[in-house]
Design a binder for this molecule. Structure first.
Ligand SMILES: [Fe+2]
Ligand SMILES: [Fe+2]
Length: 256
């Protein structure tokens, strides 16, 4: 597979289209605010990072046209790609944990509220989002308050002050924010925000520091995408290294 063959949504399976139809119809500003409020309390579970990796092991992401690997394999492949290139240990750890928010599926959330590309709610849906035609069925698309490029926001308000569609990025940011450095948190929080980090959409909402944050996200993103067809990682052989690395940033058990 060459790089241009990744994220090919025109040739994606029917299940990817079905996923985005549900996601675009149902992710409203009210929904995202309510889910964020609910999960920000971090009173759903207590477990360690490695335990979360193992819990994810049976989940396959319906929104991803590129991989049928399990999530723990994807997490380890991403981390190993970063490690191979000699990046700092917190960057490697970010590769390991970036998708652990998908544990929301194990908490009973449907895939359309967990995975897939994210986008801003409370303003117009730009065509840069995959399958923009599915937003016609989203109630927010018919609400005049949300129909301009900045919608309910002030121009230049900054990414940290907008509400993105709810899913594993924002959730893992909430879980990890006391433990990892700022660039790691940007990578986790915005890695699925393709219209923001890979197109010119939402320029008018960016604020101080956002361009630098998005640079970190882009640096991370190539490992998230282009390690998917490396050979499957040897989980048992890698476990001791990653358990040590986890232990230098996270306590044995954290709140989810
Ligand atoms: Fe992800
Ligand atoms: Fe990922």
């Amino acid at each position: 597979m060459i790089d241009d063959d990744y994220r090919d949504y025109d040739r994606a399976d029917a299940h990817v289209r079905r996923f985005y139809r549900l996601n675009h119809e149902r992710q409203t500003l009210d929904f995202a605010r309510e889910r964020r409020r609910h999960y920000a309390a971090l009173n759903t579970a207590r477990m360690g990072i490695w335990e979360a990796c193992e819990t994810l092991d049976t989940l396959v992401d319906d929104s991803d046209p590129d991989t049928g690997l399990s999530q723990i394999e994807h997490c380890l492949q991403t981390a190993e790609g970063i490690r191979r290139d000699g990046h700092p240990d917190w960057f490697v750890l970010t590769g390991l944990v970036h998708d652990l928010g998908k544990i929301l599926c194990a908490f009973g959330e449907p895939q359309w509220a967990v995975t897939g590309d994210t986008f801003v709610l409370g303003c117009a849906f730009p065509d840069a989002i995959v399958y923009p035609e599915y937003f016609a069925a989203n109630p927010d698309a018919a609400d005049a308050r949300y129909n301009t490029p900045v919608g309910i926001y002030e121009p230049g308000c900054g990414l940290d002050n907008v509400t993105l569609s709810w899913g594993h990025d924002e959730y893992m940011y909430l879980v990890a924010r006391d433990y990892l450095p700022e660039p790691a948190l940007a990578m986790i929080r915005y890695h699925s925000f393709y219209p923001g980090h890979s197109t010119d959409a939402y320029r008018e909402l960016l604020g101080p520091g956002d361009e630098e944050r998005l640079q970190w996200v882009r640096r991370f993103n190539r490992y998230d995408l282009y390690t998917k067809h490396d050979s499957p990682p040897d989980i048992d052989a890698l476990r001791p290294f990653y358990q040590d690395l986890i232990g230098s940033y996270f306590p044995a058990e954290i709140a989810w």
